[in-house]
Ligand binder design. Structure first.
Ligand SMILES: [Zn+2]
Length: 162
């Protein structure tokens, strides 16, 4: 009987340790920051810079969930206002939950074939790569090549657009 119980506990522990852990990324905000943008479907640990003993107002809605310790689960796109306290001072921050993929189309890219954010631009004679073909440094270039960052022969990023 005792042996079975140990086996059972071992089994439980195994279950706990093998459960998929949702990777949380840390978001640092400044005290009194107005807005925080996160992505739906992700988990974050929100930290307030230079602040000890931060207490968040725990809340659970269909769009998000936040604990007292600032562990935020962004579930669905939308906006909300989060409250927290540093010492006795209260702060509020606007939470913006964005869709997981950028397919919602912000219309910022001029080239629909290259909506991938990894796409970089460079000139054959240039020393650096650019994040946009509309970079001022490229204004006088006749030949602008583009491709993924890994296929780009340049090692340095342009200071104007990066
Ligand atoms: Zn540039």
């Amino acid at each position: 009987m005792k042996k079975r119980r140990i086996l059972f506990i071992t089994f439980l522990l195994l279950l706990i340790f093998t459960m998929p852990v949702m990777a949380a990324s840390t978001k640092k905000i400044k005290k009194g920051q107005k807005k925080l943008t996160v992505t739906a479907g992700r988990q974050y640990i929100i930290k307030v810079k230079n602040a000890k003993s931060v207490k968040w107002t725990a809340k659970k809605t269909s769009k998000y969930q936040i604990t007292k310790k600032g562990v935020l689960k962004a579930k669905k796109p939308g906006t909300a206002t989060l409250s927290y306290k540093v010492g006795s001072k209260k702060y509020k921050i606007r939470l913006v939950i964005k869709k997981k993929s950028s397919s919602s189309g912000s219309g910022s890219s001029g080239n629909p074939a290259n909506t991938n954010s990894d796409t970089v631009y460079w000139t054959p004679g240039g020393e650096v790569y650019h994040s946009t073909a509309r970079c001022p440094s490229l204004a006088r270039s006749k030949t602008i090549l583009s491709g993924s960052l890994s296929s780009c022969p340049k090692n340095r990023a342009c200071k104007n657009c990066h």
